[in-house]
Design a protein around this ligand. Structure first.
Ligand SMILES: Cc1ncc(COP(=O)(O)O)c(C=O)c1O
Length: 414
């Protein structure tokens, strides 16, 4: 799909994501400054799953930000981008034995999530007693009990990490210590509904309680991600870090124990726009459907956002329509992005810009009906293409015919 350029708002051919580099700089620098001010001995580690675009990973590396990964594939991706093992935080329940061993040998900051990972770390330490095997443990703590209404799992328990209350955490520490593995960190991440300071106060408070009760001397406390970030909020990151520090300062040596943060959405959601255009309009009953060349799969891949976006459109000022339903290109009835009430009338060729769509959108990279959109970076008013739109050739890559042969790229259908 290509765009006929509309005079009222400029942009690249649609559909396309556009990353505003100055907005990204602002948020990343603000987070770094908050850490420098309130916990100088700290690590900012970008949550790769939130948006693993290679340009973005390279950008983060250039800013001195580490990479936080939650799978072997993500680990290999960031190594391919050029992150050193010592600049990688390795988390999640799906680590393989081979990559875990390599990560521990090469000094990645690793937080274990399961009993098999404890077993593998123990094995490694027992095989080579000269090796400094150092791990963190993800803590399973009851967010809902401490902050009612904040849990995202509706009355159920979180499945990640080791439970302190039932003794699992202490048992894992005992098993690791007995084998000579140093327990150097605690990982406290929880997603929450409101991302409020109370959630971080609770996470840091639970960590402080565990440190005191078990008399731990830690190299890191990883508080995770899930922060709120907005271009207009100049003090939010400061508030988070100073509140975390207030809970922990009495039980850790701030010059020894690093605070690790794993922001994703708070730095990448806002700087990203999706540019689309109107393909057609049709009036059915009281509703006008505005069919676009994007889809919910691009900006709401889990189909669960409340359809309220900050948008800009090329519709002619001074016109108005009572109810315009902005719909996607797919064949699903619920591929409806939002409803505009009493807004300027959109017509074929008008551009629509959806703002704040950088988190958990590109990472779901849908090939449903259309291949993923191109990505541009707006850099000092220039548009730089950093990913071309997905193509049939990309989709055919690595696929095999029934006889197990790789599909010859030259033999693609017209
Ligand atoms: C372990 C961990 N760290 C960091 C993040 C990033 O969260 P967000 O993108 O909300 O900052 C997540 C997201 O779920 C996570 O599970």
């Amino acid at each position: 799909m290509t765009s006929t350029e509309h005079p009222r708002i400029a942009g690249p051919s649609t559909p396309a994501f556009v990353i505003d580099e100055s907005a990204l700089n602002l948020l990343v620098n603000r987070f770094q400054n908050a850490l420098a001010k309130h916990w100088p001995h700290s690590v900012m580690s970008y949550s790769v799953k939130t948006n693993p675009l290679p340009w973005l990973l390279t950008y983060m590396k250039g800013q001195g930000v580490w990479a936080e990964v939650v799978s072997d594939s993500e680990y290999r991706l960031v190594r391919a981008i050029g992150f050193e093992p010592e600049q990688i935080v390795y988390n999640g329940p799906v680590k393989s034995r081979a990559v875990l061993r390599a990560a521990l040998r090469n000094g990645s900051l690793t937080n274990l999530d399961s009993k098999r990972e404890v077993r593998w770390a123990v094995e490694l330490a027992e095989e080579d007693s000269r090796l400094d095997v150092r791990v963190g443990l993800r803590v399973n703590w009851d967010l809902e009990a401490l902050c009612p209404g904040e849990s995202t799992v509706n009355g159920e328990m979180s499945r990640f990490g080791f439970d302190f209350d039932n003794g699992d955490l202490e048992a894992a520490i005992a098993e690791l210590s007995a084998a000579g593995v140093a327990v150097g960190g605690l990982h406290m991440h929880r997603n929450s509904r409101t991302k409020s300071l109370q959630v971080y106060k609770a996470a840091a408070g639970v960590a402080a309680e565990i440190i005191s009760k078990l008399d731990l001397e830690l190299d890191w406390i990883d508080i995770g991600g899930g922060f709120f970030g907005s271009l207009n909020d100049t003090t939010g990151f400061d508030d988070y870090i100073s509140c975390i520090r207030a809970e922990l300062a009495a039980v850790v040596d701030l010059n020894r124990t690093r605070l690790v943060v794993e922001p994703g959405g708070s730095v990448i959601a806002n700087p990203v726009e999706l540019h689309a255009q109107v393909l057609d309009t049709k009036d059915i009953g009281r509703q006008r459907f505005v069919i676009t060349d994007t889809s919910r799969t691009d900006i709401d891949p889990l189909f669960r956002k409340k359809a309220v976006y900050d948008i800009d459109t090329g519709a002619a000022p001074g016109t108005s329509h009572p109810e315009q339903v902005i719909a996607g290109f797919s064949c699903m009835e619920d591929d409806r992005l939002m409803v505009l009430k009493d807004s300027p009338k959109l017509v074929e060729g008008d551009r629509i810009v959806f703002r704040g769509v950088g988190a958990y959108t590109m990472s779901y990279g849908s090939s449903f009906i259309e291949f993923p959109p191109a990505v541009y970076v707006r850099h000092e008013n220039q548009m730089m293409l950093v990913r071309r739109a997905g193509q049939v050739e990309d989709y055919l890559q690595g696929n095999m015919w029934a006889d197990g042969q790789l599909l010859p790229t030259a033999a693609q259908p017209e």
